[in-house]
Design a protein around this ligand. Structure first.
Ligand code: GDP
Ligand code: MG
Length: 747
């Protein structure tokens, strides 16, 4: 099977093209660095199938970033049959810089001028025939987004893929050209493949190349002694880069005819950035946008209009849709959708309960409470998770998230955190697993370790049910606050914990330089509907799949071990504390006393402890476990599935006497403790050694303990805040002091 590789700058549309060619639904992100690893798919429109490989985005083939090494090694070692170099045609000159390097490799190649829709909209014109003549490879105009020109691109690629092409260089300086020619002959003599590419890289004194061809390096050394270049001295890397740009300006720039003659026009994107990335206002604007998102997802009093509305005007009292649109105020879209799903799940579980009315107690108990109770408690959250994701995807796809990385880089660089590390953190809002894998884009190992450790604090989709169920119960039972405020506040606590933890680690055990963060800000654009639909579909699929496999299995197990004693006698609901689960729970519950959900709760604190532990399998389990246990606790079948666990948590509050600060501590504990097994495995894969991994686990346990106990103790007795403050000040002073001392010794 032929193999074609897609290579190009970050954000040039490789993944969009890849999806268009292979029909897959890989994540397209409007920020650089989304595709870390290569990815394969199949193009099926020809008689023979063709494998398409999406390589990570790169600006050059030098070995400075992991992406560059992956892409470079793939093209050189795996020898694809054709390289499709995709470039963002709205940024023609800069994108062609990589092209001039790819040209040096002995591989068939075509150039795809992508984003032609945007170029044409601007009124610009690119003479692709002239480019084709200059480059000596086919040039095809496409729009990956609109799916235009893809067939033609593949046809041209197919035509050239079996014709041998030798690398050629654009370096025109006579002396340099001679040097490269001589090295090339020497390399050919040694039987090295891709001699032109290696010759140019050797002349650049490229790190990898120098190690690979030790005996040929002296040719370059000798040359350097006799040739000094004005302004460059013997920095041949800069010299060659300059030569490439000169060539591009001389021969490629004229192929672009701009409608707007001035080179620098202020685009609407630039204007928006003046405000959105403002030095002072950037971060507050981000926080407000974030709050708005939570408000639209969780609020039951949209835009706080409740007080203004005539009572009951949206409630549809007495109909099946009672309360869907709101009661005291208007519901947010997230809550409306959730209410609709509730109607459906209540309908199903009522039906099943009626069917099973005559069956033995444990059968109906297992099916209604164990299975349906657990699963529906989870599915009830699907709408809100999807709504939240829709907003996050819009932020990402529009290009705003990339700005956030930029703003935060500016603010946090002095604390040892680069904007680059922030991208995987934001991905953590979706799922920690891909987020942790994405940290491979971080060049500095210590920064990477610190980032992997704090990613779980960016509360993932699976932790959302814990947040909404507990905060829903808080609002309902204690009558304080709003669900949207509480969830937003808890998300912020997670993020702040992450930042503080990173700063502390970077000041102590993981000290190191923060590598410069270079990112080009993509232009803002309207999010692509199809893109959003695919993203949401992926999320929903993943979530539902999980609900019916791992979560279903765990709810059944929880139900069984909470209804049988150690001597395998069936226990009725009210004897649950004698069950296997009850016994184990009581064993560990003292551990959670400082966090507010341990021994102080009428001997029932263990239900929270157990719920938190089942969360290690999958975080959704926390709520479904509470759901299963609550149903058992009050001894009768309750409608816990109809409200996504809010009722279950309320029952727990009533029966255990758990306090409000303890409930917040419970959320915080779940958010910052050891993540689910899948994320733990991912973290293990990203850690350089076993020791660092073990410390990571310890770090999670300690952090969750500190954050949760602080919330509980300060919430219970406010003056304990001074204790925490004092400890913090002492810790910071010690760190500052030892760091200074070490610096002095260093000098
Ligand atoms: P990658 O980083 O190279 O994989 O690029 P992506 O495929 O993730 O695309 C980056 C951004 O460019 C996304 O926001 C796409 O929607 C957008 N994009 C991709 N192709 C086109 C195109 O042909 N026209 C326009 N206007 N935008 C595009
Ligand atoms: Mg990509």
């Amino acid at each position: 099977m032929h193999r074609f590789a897609l290579a190009g700058n970050p954000n040039s549309g490789k993944t969009t093209l890849f999806n268009g060619l292979t029909g897959s639904t890989a994540h397209v992100g409007n920020w650089p660095g989304v595709t870390v690893d290569k990815r394969e798919g199949v193009y099926k429109k020809f008689d023979e199938p063709i494998a398409i490989v999406d390589l990570p985005g790169i600006y050059s083939l030098s070995p400075y970033t992991p992406e560059e090494v992956i892409a470079r090694n793939y093209i050189l070692d795996e020898k694809p049959d054709c390289v499709i170099n995709i470039i963002d045609a709205t940024n023609l000159e800069r994108n062609l810089y990589l092209t001039t390097q790819l040209l040096e490799i002995d591989v068939p190649m075509v150039l795809a001028l992508n984003m032609m829709d945007a170029v044409e909209k601007r009124g610009d014109y690119i003479d692709e025939k002239a480019l084709e003549n200059r480059l000596g490879i086919p040039v095809v105009k496409i729009s990956a987004l609109k799916g235009e020109g893809l067939d033609k691109l593949m046809e041209r690629a197919h035509q050239v893929c079996s014709v041998i092409r030798y690398g050629k260089t654009v370096i025109e300086d006579v002396a340099l050209k001679h040097l490269i020619g001589d090295i090339k002959i020497a390399l050919e003599g040694q039987g090295v493949s891709n001699p032109m590419f290696h010759a140019v890289k050797l002349a650049e004194f490229d790190e990898i190349e120098v190690l690979m061809h030790k005996d040929t390096v002296n040719m370059v050394e000798a040359f350097k002694k006799s040739h000094q270049y004005d302004g460059f001295g013997d920095d041949f890397e800069a010299l060659i880069a300059d030569a490439r740009y000169k060539y591009i300006t001389k021969y490629f720039s004229p192929t672009l005819k701009r409608k707007n003659k001035e080179k620098f026009v202020v685009t609407p994107s630039d204007k928006a950035d003046k405000v959105l990335t403002h030095k002072i206002w950037g971060i507050p604007i981000f926080l407000v946008i974030l709050f708005t998102i939570f408000h639209l997802t969780f609020s039951e009093n949209l835009f706080f209009l409740g007080g203004l509305l005539p009572e009951g005007w949206v409630s549809f009292e007495g109909t099946a849709f009672e309360g869907v649109f709101g009661a005291g105020g208007i519901n947010s879209p997230g809550v409306m959708l959730m209410s609709l799903v509730e109607i459906l799940t209540t309908f199903i579980s009522d039906g099943v309960a009626t069917l099973l009315a005559t069956s033995p107690e444990w059968v109906s108990g297992l099916i209604c409470d164990g299975v349906l109770g657990g699963i529906f408690a989870i599915l009830g959250f699907l709408p809100q998770i999807l709504v939240l994701f829709l907003f996050f995807s819009i932020l990402e796809d529009s290009g705003y998230m990339a700005r956030i990385a930029f703003i935060l880089d500016r603010a946090l660089r002095k604390f040892g955190l680069s904007g680059r590390a922030f991208l995987p953190m934001i991905m953590g809002f979706g799922c920690s697993v891909p987020a942790m894998i994405n940290t491979r884009t971080l060049a500095d190992e210590k920064e990477k370790i610190a980032t992997v450790r704090v990613i779980p604090f960016f509360s993932c989709g699976a932790k959302l049910p814990i947040l909404t169920a507990v905060s829903g119960a808080i609002v309902g039972y204690f009558g304080v606050g709003n669900v949207d405020f509480i969830t937003y506040g808890m998300y912020l606590i997670g993020m702040i914990t992450a930042l503080v933890a990173v700063v502390l680690m970077r000041e102590t055990t993981l000290k190191g330089d923060t590598p410069p963060f270079i990112m080009e800000l993509p232009a803002y654009h309207a999010p692509q509907l199809w893109n959003l639909v695919m993203l949401l579909w992926d999320k929903a699929k993943h979530f539902i799949h999980k609900a019916f496999t791992i979560i279903l299995a765990s709810t059944i197990i929880i139900w069984v071990i909470s209804h049988f004693s150690f001597s395998w006698n069936y226990l009725s609901d009210d004897l649950m504390h004698q069950s296997i689960l009850g016994g184990l729970g009581q064993l560990i519950q003292p551990l959670f006393t400082p966090l507010g959900f341990g021994s102080q709760l009428n001997g029932m604190g263990w239900v929270f402890a157990v719920a938190a532990i089942t969360g290690l399998i999958a975080k959704e389990n926390v709520v479904s476990t509470l759901g299963t246990l609550a149903t058992c606790l009050i001894g009768t079948m309750i409608d816990i599935e109809s409200d996504g666990g809010v009722g279950a948590v309320s029952i727990m509050i009533a029966n255990t006497g758990i306090t409000l600060p303890a409930l917040l501590a419970f959320i915080a504990f779940n958010m910052t403790t050891i993540p689910c097994f899948a994320a733990v495995a991912a973290a293990k894969g990203e850690m350089p050694n076993k020791k660092k991994f073990n410390w990571t686990i310890v770090f999670w346990v300690i952090t969750s303990y500190i954050v949760a106990s602080a919330l509980y103790l300060i919430g219970t007795a406010w003056w304990t805040a001074f204790l925490y403050l004092a400890v913090a000040i002492v810790a910071i002073t010690i760190i500052k002091f030892t760091n200074k001392k070490r610096e002095k010794i260093g000098k």
